[in-house]
Design a binder for this molecule. Structure first.
Ligand code: HAM
Length: 439
């Protein structure tokens, strides 16, 4: 197909039929985050390339193989964000927010870009809901972030998701672990992919999340970091688990989770769905106590997570989760003739100002075609306005579901009636949604 009529590989249009589902997920996510004290932030879609090298890490798949990096017209290397944490950390550092009240808790809904091989649940442009908490060293912060993701999944009605947690220690425990990994992988280095042979010297832990099946298989029997934790890291991990147990948040310890980004320290976690096939991780996160310092700031223990929204939506569809109905047209005003069209236009503007979803003719259709259109868009009510109605200031309000008609005066009382009906309808829809979530 012609290039200009085809979206780039690995991207998706969000058509109106699904956009309301996205709105529901995003609004729910941001509202729950707000309950946990996270305030929304937005950062640029591109950053200086160096930011991702320093934070995500030189030896990660993301930096080595997947970034959309280009030189701009000012000869600077910039990169479309492959994830949200680096930009959030940079913004907190640049704005000086970290010098105020701690912790700084931010949330975001953002597009991300990774040049990966597209498949179901893996895109080149995808979206994340994420939270980052800067300046919180206690294990309760780790458990709180996990609890936020858990609450969101529960509130959206998502089932079949398992939480896996691990600790990947601090630079102290990691030094000993790296030695053990090096010894293990050196014995089998001829079987590793070229990238991993290079990683063996520079960052052997990265071999553990290589996407090559051979490296993955070799990595499965490698030593695990949990056996190398220092006392402080072990204690921290135990305290996180105790908090999760106290809050009845089920989890399993998976010593093989290392995550694909270099900034992590101590707690790491992933929520894995049984409905996604190969790309089963819907949410991943962890602690990154050294990141802010790495970027030139003070020592600021921090943590967060991000949830892939395309994957989340796939799960919700697969599990038959409920969504609020897309906004309906509450009233269609069908004018007959130019004078009526003007009057309907004015009435519609006034009703919309009061929060009523109103449409009227913008095509110049006859009455029959307008009624067909009103039916197609699912208009709840219709008022036909012709010369007679204009003269008598009286019209019929047709309830499209019930098929009944009532008299309505085309004066101020009409606005009161229609505002009230609109409000009743919205309250009804909200209580239906609450009921379906509670079920
Ligand atoms: P991540 O594991 O790279 O972590 O991505 C988080 C989530 O984004 C994944 O679990 C997945 O649901 C989704 N995702 C990742 N890549 C793709 C893709 N190509 N297509 C569709 N969905 C994808 C991070 O990005 C970290 N910044 C998370 C974090 C925040 N850690 C601490 N704070």
């Amino acid at each position: 197909m012609d290039l200009i009529t085809k979206a780039p590989r690995g991207t998706q249009d969000m058509l109106p039929e699904v956009a309301h589902k996205w709105q529901h997920i995003e609004q729910t996510a941001l509202a729950i985050a707000a309950d946990f004290g996270y305030r929304e932030m937005r950062t640029p879609v591109f950053e200086h390339t160096e930011l991702f090298h320093r934070s995500v890490g030189e030896t990660t798949d993301v930096v080595q193989k997947e970034m959309y990096t280009f030189t701009d017209r000012g000869d600077r290397s910039v990169t479309l964000r492959p994830e949200g944490t680096a930009g959030a950390a940079r913004a907190v550092l640049e704005s000086g927010l970290y010098a105020g009240t701690l912790p700084v808790k931010v949330s975001y809904v953002t597009s991300c870009y990774r040049y990966e091989k597209p498949q179901a649940g893996r895109l080149r442009e995808f979206h994340q809901f994420g939270v980052e908490c800067f300046g919180a060293a206690a294990p309760t912060a780790d458990a709180e972030a996990i609890s936020l993701a858990h609450t969101l999944l529960a509130q959206l009605g998502v089932t079949g998701v398992t939480l896996y947690i691990n600790s990947i220690g601090c630079p102290t425990c990691r030094a000993k672990y790296h030695e053990a990994l090096k010894a293990y992988f050196t014995d089998r280095q001829d079987e590793l992919c070229g990238t991993c042979r290079d990683r063996l010297e520079r960052n052997p832990m990265r071999i553990l999340d290589c996407k090559s099946p051979i490296c993955h298989e070799i990595g499965a029997a490698a030593p695990v970091i949990l056996d190398f934790l220092c006392d402080e890291c072990a204690e921290h991990f135990e305290a996180v688990k105790a908090c999760l147990n106290a809050a009845d948040i089920p989890f399993e310890v998976d010593p093989h989770i290392v995550r694909g980004l270099d900034y992590y320290t101590r707690t790491v976690f992933e929520f894995v769905s049984d409905a996604l096939g190969a790309q089963a991780v819907v949410c991943g996160g962890g602690r990154y106590d050294g990141l802010i310092e790495e970027l030139g700031g003070p020592h600021l223990p921090s943590l967060g997570f991000a949830m892939g929204l395309e994957r989340l939506l796939m799960i919700m569809d697969a599990k038959g989760c409920s969504f609020p109905a897309p906004p309906a047209c509450e009233l269609y005003l069908a004018p007959m003739g130019a004078a009526a069209a003007r009057e309907c236009f004015a009435i519609a503007a006034k009703l919309r100002a009061g929060g009523v979803a109103v449409q009227t003719d913008v095509v110049g259709r006859g009455l029959k075609a307008q009624m067909k259109y009103a039916d197609k868009i699912g208009a709840k009510q219709v008022i036909v306005v012709g010369d007679n109605e204009l003269e008598t200031k009286q019209a019929k309000l047709k309830d499209m579901d019930a098929g009944t008609e009532t008299d309505i005066a085309l004066d101020d009382s009409m606005y009161t009636t229609l505002y009230q009906r609109s409000l009743d309808r919205q309250l009804g829809a909200m209580s239906d949604l609450f009921r379906s979530v509670a079920e």
